[in-house]
Design a binder for this molecule. Structure first.
Ligand SMILES: Cc1cc2nc3c(=O)[nH]c(=O)nc-3n(C[C@H](O)[C@H](O)[C@H](O)COP(=O)(O)OP(=O)(O)OC[C@H]3O[C@@H](n4cnc5c(N)ncnc54)[C@H](O)[C@@H]3O)c2cc1C
Length: 426
């Protein structure tokens, strides 16, 4: 057992999301004799963030509470933890091990876990009002409350982006009965950076078949920013195209990626170039008593030698949170059985009733093979294998039912974590 020099051992966790919670649970499981305080700038204990876009919520005065109740995460109601919610950590002095809080107080820690997550990127930075509309984003319960509220009463919505959140939002907006315009300026369709052009285009067609106006490339760009909208009008002020500009739409939501919440860590000499850099045990190399986990942690890519990766998925937050907690316990001398992160990505989403499951790392594939089904008839199911030098390194399964489920499971069994050199990945 480690000895405590100044009485009680204090562990601070910044971020009340699932990564912070899992880190706390892992520390408790290792029976570390310490007081754990979780700081969260949201006012709720951990909830299931992915659930914010998965279904409709009924019109209610207390919509936020209804969502929070529905999305409770097991383990968040834990008497062994102290929650300091509605409290932002403004700055951290890692040399002196002190956090400066939005309440004006300070917190001196012995060990620290950074699990502050990310926030949505927006094209208008801090000023969300532009000449034409308010740029909304969706990350937390407050955002969800506003957006669900608006979707119940709006006729039209514009969604910028074609990633997971954008596609789920489009699907949700349609369910609420809205007319949906999706704008994706950089890619040809959904999830292109993960699944490649072929599948991405098929998913784009699926979205269109389901009644969304989906514009990509220049057509999207033309409607995206204020100046572009203005230039799309002719000299007389009439619109150059017959599409309404997003300014005529009541709700404009951007889902164009995210930014790690690292500003409070500035001035401590950490590598914060894209999140918080950690080693394969979630340890911050520059500070032996600091750990990081979840969306904010950038760690050595188990798949690509020499690369660092930062993942924004629930399971990754759980696994890295757990590892950060156990590494912290190990640093105090507890028997915590740590092993390096061997992350095996596995993601699922549903877009207009089509369940999309992705496993492994399609990005490193050099070829793809349609195992069964047809990308032009996604509702009939399509199963795709991603290969690298003949070895299956990824799989994607799209279906309205579970037609090829057993084949998909077999494909997953044949998946191999393949370590490749970064120089050989396009
Ligand atoms: C709408 C939506 C849908 C999603 N759907 C899926 C899905 O279907 N499948 C999937 O795998 N993943 C999904 N994700 C991603 C998944 O939710 C995240 O990967 C996961 O929640 C990350 O957990 P985290 O604990 O690292 O970060 P977060 O959940 O972001 O938690 C970090 C917390 O720290 C707080 N914080 C930040 N800075 C400070 C500070 N200085 N002081 C105090 N508190 C601070 C933040 O406000 C936040 O509450 C979705 C995300 C969103 C937004």
């Amino acid at each position: 057992m480690p000895s405590m020099t100044n009485g009680e051992l204090l562990i601070g966790i910044v971020g009340s999301g699932v990564a912070g919670l899992r880190a706390a649970n892992a520390i408790l499981k290792c029976e570390v004799d310490a007081r754990i305080v979780i700081f969260g700038d949201e006012t709720h204990r951990t909830y299931n963030r992915p659930g914010l876009t998965k279904k409709r919520y009924p019109l209610s005065d207390a919509l936020e509470m209804a969502i929070a109740e529905d999305l409770k995460v097991n383990g968040a109601e834990n008497n062994a933890l102290t929650w300091q919610l509605g409290t932002r950590v403004e700055t951290a002095d890692l040399r002196n091990k002190v956090l400066h809080l939005s309440t004006g107080e300070t917190f001196e820690y012995d060990r620290l876990v950074i699990a502050a997550g990310v926030r949505p990127r927006t094209s208008v930075q801090d000023n969300r009002e532009c000449e034409f509309h308010t740029h909304r984003t969706l990350r937390d319960l407050n955002d969800a409350r506003y957006i669900h509220d608006q979707l119940q009463t709006s006729e039209k919505v514009t969604i910028v982006g074609a990633g997971f959140v954008a596609c789920e939002l489009a699907s949700l907006a349609k369910e609420y009965g809205c007319e949906v315009l999706m704008l994706e300026a950089l890619r040809r369709g959904p999830f292109e950076s993960i699944l490649g052009e072929h599948i991405s285009s098929a998913l784009g067609r699926w979205i269109v078949q389901n009644g969304v106006t989906f514009l990509t490339g220049d057509s999207a760009r033309e409607l995206l920013c204020d100046r572009a909208i203005a230039s799309a009008r002719d000299a007389s002020g009439a619109k150059a195209s017959n599409l309404e500009s997003p300014s005529d739409r009541s709700l404009f939501i951007e889902a164009i990626g995210s930014v790690p919440n690292v500003e409070w860590l500035h001035g401590n000499g950490l590598d914060l170039s894209d999140g918080v850099r950690v080693d394969e045990y979630m340890r911050v190399s520059e500070c032996e008593d600091v750990f990081a986990a979840g969306d904010i942690a950038r760690y050595p890519d188990p798949w690509i030698a020499g690369n660092l990766t930062r993942m924004e998925f629930w399971k990754n937050a759980i696994d890295t949170g757990d590892l950060a907690g156990r590494s912290l316990a190990a640093s105090l001398g507890y028997d915590a059985k740590i092993s390096q992160i061997g992350y095996f990505p596995s993601i699922a989403t549903e877009v207009f009733g089509l369940r999309i499951q992705i496993a492994g790392n399609p990005k490193i594939a050099d070829s793809m093979e349609i195992v069964c089904g047809d990308l032009d008839q996604l509702d009939q199911g399509a199963l795709v294998a991603f290969l690298r030098e003949g070895v299956t390194v990824g799989a994607a399964y799209m279906d309205k039912g579970a037609r090829f489920n057993s084949l998909y499971i077999n494909l997953l069994k044949s998946l191999k974590v393949t370590r490749v050199d970064s120089a050989n990945v396009v």
